[in-house]
Design a protein. Structure first.
Length: 140
């Protein structure tokens, strides 16, 4: 019997059936420090309001090769969130993400796009994990 988290049978879980340690709604007032004086630090709510931190379920769950998946979520970390991390930080954003509970795999495919293997997290939980990854001061 195949695992429904690794192929076409996967559907994004919904609360309360997800395995998320927290949801984005629980951390909207958390402040994430900016690496610049301008723009200043932002709350998670403010980052979300820019539209530059978002997530969508993936239709294509495998990248090339046998170790290219499974991948479940397309995480967008756009320009407004760019002030919250830097490429050559002590801890890379993808490494901060993979350390979050429920995230099994991270593929950074573009400056703004990270693909995540997180079959048991709902969209809200993935956003919360991303916000917590950005909150880590080592990513700046």
């Amino acid at each position: 019997m195949s695992d429904p988290t690794d192929g076409a049978g996967w559907t994004p879980p919904q609360p309360p059936a997800c395995a998320c340690p927290e949801h984005i709604e629980d951390i909207l007032d958390v402040v994430i420090a900016s690496r610049y004086a301008d723009p200043p630090s932002m709350t998670v709510r403010e980052v979300l309001d820019t539209g530059d931190l978002s997530v969508l379920p993936l239709e294509q769950r495998w990248l090339g090769g046998s170790d290219g998946g499974p991948l479940h979520w397309d995480l967008w970390v756009g320009d407004a969130a760019r002030c919250l991390y830097k490429d050559n930080a002590q801890l890379a954003l993808d490494d901060s993400l993979i350390a979050r509970p429920g995230i099994d795999r991270v593929e950074w495919t573009d400056r703004e796009i990270l693909l995540l293997g997180a079959p048991r997290l709902c969209a809200s939980g993935v956003l919360a994990a991303a916000a917590r990854a950005l909150e880590d001061p080592r990513v700046r």
